[in-house]
Design a binder for this molecule. Sequence first.
Ligand SMILES: Nc1nc2c(ncn2[C@@H]2O[C@H](COP(=O)(O)OP(=O)(O)O)[C@@H](O)[C@H]2O)c(=O)[nH]1
Ligand SMILES: Nc1ncnc2c1ncn2[C@@H]1O[C@H](COP(=O)(O)OP(=O)(O)O)[C@@H](O)[C@H]1O
Length: 216
Amino acid sequence: MPHNSSPESDTLHRRGLMFILSSPSGAGKTTLSRMLLASDEEISLSVSATTRPPREGEIDGKDYHFVSDEEFDRLVEEDGFYEWAHVFGRRYGTPKGHIREGLKRGQDYLFDIDWQGTQQLYQKDQQDTVSVFILPPSLDELHRRLTARALDSEEVVNSRMERARAEISHWAEYDYVVINDDVDECFTKVREILHAERMKRTRQTGLIPFVRELMG
Ligand SMILES: Nc1nc2c(ncn2[C@@H]2O[C@H](COP(=O)(O)OP(=O)(O)O)[C@@H](O)[C@H]2O)c(=O)[nH]1
Ligand SMILES: Nc1ncnc2c1ncn2[C@@H]1O[C@H](COP(=O)(O)OP(=O)(O)O)[C@@H](O)[C@H]1O
C-alpha cells in the first residue's frame, strides 16, 4: 500500500525497492518468497514470463506467465521486458508492466530471478535494487531438496545440480548472502534485510519535509 505522506503519520513516504532473491535451483528461493509475500503487505511478486512448462501445482498468472516461444519472441521484439535470460534451456523474463510507476508510489517488488537478470536490473536501476543470494548448506543437501521437492524429473534434477556450481559462482555480485540451513532462521534474516533497506535515507523521500518541519 502507498504510504501516507503527512509528516504526522508514523509512516513517511518512501520510494519502493526491487528486492531480488537468487540461488541455485533447489536452495529455497520460492519457499522464502512465499513466506515473504504471506507476511508483508508492502511487497508484491514480480510475476515472470517463462517458456518452461508449468510444474504440478503452478498457476498461470500467479507463479509465472507461461508463454509459448512465439509469444516470448513477440515480447522481446516489443521491448516488453525489463530483463530476460536463457536459463536451463528455457527463457525467463520480467515484463515491464507498471513497476517503475509502482516504485514511485512506494510499492516494493519481489524478484525471483537468476544472476543474469540481476545484472541487467542492477545496470538499469542500481539505486532501486537490493539483491540477496541464498546458499544451500551443502551440495548434498541441495540435491536432497531437489529430489524431495519431486517436481522435476531425475534428468532435470541432475542438470540443475550440474548448473549449481555455475550459479553459485556469482555469489559475490550480490549485496547480501544468506545460507538457507533452517528455513525460519533464513527467512528472519531475509526479512531484516528488507526492513533495513526500506529505512535507507535515500529511499525515505518523506523525510525532507518532515525534518524541515522538525527544524521549524
Ligand atoms: N533472468 C530471469 N531469471 C528468472 C526469471 N524467473 C525465474 N528465473 C530464474 O530461472 C531459474 C529457474 O527457475 P524455475 O524454473 O522456477 O526453477 P527453480 O529455480 O527450481 O525454482 C531460477 O534461477 C530463477 O531465479 C526471470 O524473470 N528472469
Ligand atoms: N531450509 C530448508 N530446509 C529443508 N528443506 C527446504 C529448506 N528450504 C526449502 N526447502 C525445500 O527444498 C525444496 C526446494 O525449495 P524451493 O523453494 O522450491 O527452491 P528454489 O525456488 O530455490 O528452487 C522444496 O521442497 C522446499 O520445501
